[in-house]
Design a protein around this ligand. Structure first.
Ligand SMILES: Nc1ncnc2c1ncn2[C@@H]1O[C@H](COP(=O)(O)OP(=O)(O)OP(=O)(O)O)[C@@H](O)[C@H]1O
Ligand SMILES: [Mg+2]
Length: 141
C-alpha cells in the first residue's frame, strides 16, 4: 500500500525554555493526512509547548518539525498559511454570535465578504447549525 502523506512529522523535538527548564525532550511522532491525533500526558508534560512550537508561536530548541510538508523552524510563514489553530481557551467570543465568530476568523485568513458568506453557509449546513448561527454563543451553552 502507498504510504499516506504525513501532515505532521516530528523528530527529536526539544524545548529548553530560557530559564533552563527542559519542557520537551526529544519527542518523535507523525500524523497522517486525515488522521485524528490526540496527545495525552500529565500536567507539565510538555503538550502545550509542543503545540506552540508546531504552530510557530514558540521557537524550537532542538530536533525538527514538518507541518504540511514545511519545516517549521525554516519557514514559519508557510506553516502559518497552511494551518488553522483552535486553542483550548479563548477560541470563541461568547459575546458574539456564531456567525460573527466565524466571520472574524475568516477575515483573518483574508477571505472576501462574498467568499465568507458562501463558506459559512456551507459549513453551517454541514454541521446542522444554520438555524442557530445568529444566536449569541453565550446562549448556546
Ligand atoms: N513560557 C514558559 N517559560 C518557562 N517554562 C515554561 C513555560 N511554559 C511552560 N513551561 C514549563 O514547561 C513544562 C511543560 O509545560 P506545558 O505547559 O507544555 O505542559 P502541558 O503538558 O501542556 O501541561 P498541562 O496538562 O498542565 O496543560 C512545565 O514544567 C512548565 O512549567
Ligand atoms: Mg497544556
Amino acid at each position: 500500500m502507498p504510504r499516506k502523506t504525513l501532515t505532521v512529522e516530528v523528530k527529536g523535538l526539544t524545548k529548553v525554555y530560557s530559564g533552563g527548564i527542559r519542557a520537551v525532550n526529544g519527542v518523535d511522532f507523525a500524523v497522517a493526512e486525515g488522521e485524528i491525533f490526540g496527545m495525552l500526558g500529565p500536567n507539565g508534560a510538555g503538550k502545550s509547548t509542543i503545540i506552540t512550537m508546531l504552530t510557530t508561536l514558540s521557537s524550537i530548541t532542538g530536533g525538527t518539525a514538518l507541518v504540511a510538508g514545511e519545516d517549521v523552524a525554516a519557514h514559519p510563514d508557510r506553516v502559518r498559511r497552511a494551518i488553522g489553530y483552535v486553542s483550548q481557551d479563548l477560541a470563541v467570543d461568547d459575546n458574539l454570535t456564531g456567525w460573527e465568530n466565524l466571520f472574524l476568523q475568516a477575515k483573518f485568513y483574508g477571505l472576501t465578504n462574498e467568499q465568507i458568506r458562501q463558506r459559512l453557509n456551507e459549513v453551517l449546513t454541514m454541521v446542522n447549525l444554520k438555524d442557530r448561527a445568529h444566536d449569541l454563543v453565550e446562549t448556546l451553552l
